[in-house]
Write a protein that binds this ligand. Structure first.
Ligand code: HEC
Length: 152
């Protein structure tokens, strides 16, 4: 009797292992495909009208942590990135440096990459999200950089 149970267990084990072998090979996780091209060439994205307010807003924004004048600027302290003005933003942080914003190349711009689901290092921004940037807001950041990251 005990032997039968052992045999049954063995059969189940082998069947289980067999089932694992039959799992399809799905390969490595799909990477987000980034395209540098402006998603809407008919519209011009403005730093002061579209991007700065997005970075400065209280909910889902960045200034709380990336403005040295805020009460707890841990983003400035831990990454060196000051997002309080365009000039400061362009200087970048400890890891990004001048790759923070590469005019014409959002896919190389750390400012854009860090707000996507799979940032190149550290956490997705805003670090205390959700909320994260909506698809429309992600496109604004993307297109502002794609259009040359002007002070407009
Ligand atoms: C709750 C605090 C917090 C908020 C809000 C926040 N950050 Fe950060 N940020 C950090 C911290 C801490 C780091 C360092 C760790 C890391 O890179 O994940 C960082 C790092 C970064 C870096 C990397 C800079 C470098 O060169 O190392 C970028 C880019 C960035 N943040 C962009 C943003 C943007 C854009 C927003 C708003 C959409 C934002 N952050 C909101 C805390 C924050």
């Amino acid at each position: 009797m005990r032997r039968r149970i052992a045999q049954a267990a063995l059969v189940l084990l082998v069947a289980g292992l067999g089932a694992c072998d039959l799992e399809p090979d799905v390969g490595p996780p799909t990477q987000y495909r980034c395209i540098d091209e402006d998603s809407d060439p008919s519209a011009t994205v403005s730093w002061s009208r579209d991007i700065a307010p997005l970075l400065r807003r209280a909910q889902g924004g960045c200034a709380r942590c990336h403005d040295p004048a805020s009460s707890n600027p841990i983003g400035v302290q831990l990454s060196g990135l000051d997002l309080s003005s365009l000039r400061a933003t362009r200087e970048g942080g400890a890891r990004s440096g001048t790759n923070i914003v590469v005019p014409g190349a959002p896919c190389q711009s750390v400012l854009y990459l860090k707000v996507l689901t799979g940032p190149p290092f550290g956490g997705r921004m805003p670090l205390d999200g959700p909320p994260f940037l909506s698809t429309t807001e992600l496109d604004l950041v993307h297109d502002w950089i794609a259009e040359g990251a002007h002070d407009n």
